[in-house]
Design a protein around this ligand. Sequence first.
Ligand code: 2AM
Ligand code: CA
Ligand code: CA
Ligand code: CA
Length: 259
Amino acid sequence: MMNPVEQKSLDQRVTQWFGQARNLIIQRMAEHFEVEHKTSRSDLVTSVDREVEQLYISLIRQADPQARILSEEGYGDDLGDLSGHVWFIDPIDGTMNFVKQQSDFASMLALYIDGQPVLGWIMNVMDDQLIHGGPEIGVKLNAVILPALKNTALEDGLVYLSGARLLQGQYNFPAIAKAALSYRVYGSAGISLCQVFLGRAVAYASRLKPWDFAAGLVLAKGLGLKATLIDGDPINMLSSGTVLVATTQAYTDIQLLNK
Ligand code: 2AM
Ligand code: CA
Ligand code: CA
Ligand code: CA
């Protein structure tokens, strides 16, 4: 395991990696970069996603040589279990926003030890905001500890949802959107989760892969938020799932709607 003093020192070191990643992304944005389609027209990857993933992998391999890495763009390891140190990498989260808007995209890392959430980092790249920390060392926005979140109900707050699920009417998303004060579709899991962590939204729900939710779950635990699959089942860190992160009250409100 890793004690809180060791966790704080690793958090500081990794925070510097995010400075390097941010500089690289901003430099590449001013140049030409390649855009390719993966599984569909709206599923993009760029040469910047690949380069940032490789940067994180080389930094992790130096800092934590025994660790295994689960990363989106294929430069990591094949994992069959979660024993030991496991790092999750989403180099650019919201690649469509990155390509089309040059804003509202994130970069995310997480460290789990023997399947337990230890440290997470989500950077809003263009706003230069890094939310980082974990259950044992607390959660900061840049250098400032985040205040305790209010336990706001669904009807009194914004809910962030995945657009595809909402349009398809899946998992009761339309009922959740109607029950909330209002709803938003942002196109980045990381940016949406940060809205919940900053107290601007009461819940986020979307069908996601492990690198999309790994950092968010660490930070949600550190902030006392609820996080499960939308039907209430526990999240499996090695498979996709429709994940719900919410204040305790909004979580209860959404579970009642699902009954
Ligand atoms: P990504 O940009 O890292 O792929 C909205 O698209 C959100 O869902 C983003 O956080 C995006 O992460 C994620 N996502 C997961 N699977 C996706 C897919 N097949 N196509 C587009 N976005 C996906
Ligand atoms: Ca992607
Ligand atoms: Ca992602
Ligand atoms: Ca990504």
